[in-house]
Design a protein around this ligand. Sequence first.
Ligand code: DC
Length: 222
Amino acid sequence: MIIITIDGPAGAGKSTIAKALARRLGISYLDTGAMYRALTFKALRHQINLEDEAALVDLAHQTTIDLQQDQEARLKVLLDGEDVSEEIRSLEVTNNTFYIARAPGVREIMVAWQREIGEHHAIVAEGRDVGTVVFPKATCKFYLDADFEERSRRRIQELKDKGKMVDETQLKEELQTRDHKDFTRQVGPLKKAEDAVVIDSTGLSIEDVAGKMMEYIQARKS
Ligand code: DC
């Protein structure tokens, strides 16, 4: 199975690029962050103590997360059969996902789910550890970066496009905090796989980045 991985920090453009690439290649798109978000949403809803790893592992064992795509490659996230695609993007979920992401027992379960998907589908997978931990033997690995200012600008624009009020200073602080947590996590931290191609998307369009990646993929396949 062809597996393309894209890791990188929040706001580097991974989701947009992964979707574009999956469309070009005619394969599926796997948003691993959506899985961490969905479990976070469930834990918050059930008022689970987010510091209690055993409780989080139990919760994960009692959960099914199904990722579906419609014709326009829009992602639908089904948590125990319920569509939570919108809810998992809330600020509350975003700012609490690190509790789920830092729990080794939970990551083990997530990684197993993701590998299971990769066994049966050709995919473009995006996240923080997809090239390093989940799919170390991926066909082609990318590490997508962008400078902090550009990543903040994109997040701000994204929220404004959705008609949301944005406190820009607060958003930057939160992004910085998420970066720190992503890079310093004990298990599955964000880091570049040794064999990943690094692409800096600062100042590049989606088409530019997807085009560059396609060149690498074609060279790899031939
Ligand atoms: O990519 P995202 O912002 O939707 O990810 C949500 C959170 O999940 C983020 O805080 C990091 C975490 N995550 C992770 O730990 N490992 C992954 N493979 C993907 C996301």
